[in-house]
Ligand binder design. Structure first.
Ligand code: ZN
Length: 112
């Protein structure tokens, strides 16, 4: 599945990312070309991860929980409203992270 290219942050902080084209990636471990979208490298069987790193998603959860708890205080014990507000914030942060890290690819070698 190909998504349209956007002007996204190209991952300067992530040295394991190497782009060849939109369709192919080069594995930093064995320098074999791997088609984008594959779950593992066919050379060294390193797992390939796409999208935002999970710590960022976990970090997005913290302000969402805070907003939900704050809303809970303001909206007189309405769990529905708090849950909705936290959920909306978390969803928004997820969308932003997904846009920012759209072209992020990380090769993780399995411990042998
Ligand atoms: Zn490889």
């Amino acid at each position: 599945m190909e998504r349209p290219a956007r002007n996204a942050y190209r991952g300067a902080l992530l040295p394991t990312v190497r782009r060849v084209s939109t369709d192919y990636l080069i594995c930093p471990h064995c320098t074999i070309e791997v088609r984008k979208g594959c779950k593992a490298c066919r050379g060294c069987h390193a797992r390939i991860g796409y999208g935002p790193p999970w710590p960022w998603l976990a970090a997005a959860l913290a302000p969402s929980i805070w907003v939900a708890m704050t809303a809970h205080r303001f909206f007189y014990d309405s769990f529905l409203v708090s849950f909705a507000m936290g959920g909306v914030l978390f969803g928004g942060l997820w969308v932003v992270l997904d846009m920012v890290y759209e072209d992020r690819v990380v090769f993780r070698r399995q411990p042998s």
